[in-house]
Design a protein around this ligand. Sequence first.
Ligand code: TYD
Ligand code: MG
Length: 455
Amino acid sequence: MAKEKSIYTCTDCGGTSVKWLGKCPHCNAWNTLIESAAESNAPVKNRFASLAKTAAVMRLGDIEATDMARTPTGLEELDRVLGGGVVEGGVVLIGGDPGIGKSTLLLQALDALQRAGAETLYVTGEESGAQVALRAQRLGLLGSQVKVLAEIQLDKIISTLNTTLPAIAVIDSIQTVYSDQLTSAPGSVAQVRECAAHLTRMAKASGVCIVLVGHVTKEGALAGPRVLEHMVDTVLYFEGDTHSSFRLVRAIKNRFGAVNEIGVFAMTEKGLKGVTNPSAIFLSQHSEPVPGSCVLVTLEGTRPMLVEIQALVDSGGPSPRRLSVGLDRDRLAMLLAVLHRHAGVACMDQDVFVNAVGGVRISEPAADLSVMLAITSSLRGKPLPKGFFAFGEVGLAGEVRPAPRGQERLKEAAKLGFSVAVVPKANAPKKPIEGLTIHAVERIEQAMEIVRSMG
Ligand code: TYD
Ligand code: MG
């Protein structure tokens, strides 16, 4: 087969050029040309031939709605984020920082699937077969029947997949795979995109479920995973700081299940173990309440979890800093403005740091009230009462808006022994919950007043 030549395509206007240029010759945009494999001149086969099945136009109502057959991986927390298991022909992207546990989790899952009778293939580009065997030994997977292929060349991987036709194959990682139809280095955007597109096509055509592992780069700009999100069916990301043993796997896109579902794992000596009751793992253990700490009941996926929000407000320099870990920084700036305008709490000349304990990332606005209470608690140097928690969204007009599924949040906190809460009025329960004193508020001023009267 004649070697195909590369062309460069503009990501803005779609114009092409035969050589790389800093500026697109068609639309004059800068740095938009990306290498891709040109269609070869020989009229052999179209690169998209495998997709070109002729299909008849049908009325939607006449099409039979078939549900996907799912194969559970046997790791309950992983199945939860996948929406019940892996789907035939489905493509899953799993991203996360290096060293967070992607390879460990997938090796465990493959071994469990293989033991349950499914054919599996683990393609490793980062480690040798011996290293994978060493990890399997550490995980206690004796006599594992998982097939391992140490290979990084796309054509060879695809032909092995075509001949062995496993039920599920893991490519660890997509950044190491390269297609020799492109001249750019493995791991470049062009290579990652091209290889993932071929593998996706292969999965759809053959029914093999393919899991792509993608590293998040240091800068956070995902030279790998981000550019692939639209191509795949399911996108999972690993979260958690590597210093704590807890790891969250979050589904941020799932064509076969709910998004925003999370799986919780603990990294142990023998690999990742599912944590089935994670609601209390993100609380730090203070024997007595300390200033600047407020417990939030957050709803991640289907389970409520208690997370401690910490704030430190300290006198700053001429341009005070606002920093947040695990929470949105722009939202923090907004909440500080609302605090000033509507509750008269000024932090203009103060550094403000907020942190969600345990490396969780919280994106729901229901965290607002807890963040604001933690900030004022730190500013005043007064702790919130023992057993206190809060949740609720705060709007720009100072109103406290209800959080979804408030009852579940309240019940979970009561179950864990929490006793005092400030919550949005619409979330206040009709019948009192045993052991819980609830202060329902409509505005941020009210919340501040109640907390002040507590001590
Ligand atoms: P790994 O799965 O190699 O991460 P990734 O593929 O995301 O880069 O994770 C490796 C880390 O996990 C490493 O720092 C060692 C630790 N680890 C354990 O603590 N226990 C174990 O049983 C294993 C296999 C790894
Ligand atoms: Mg790895």
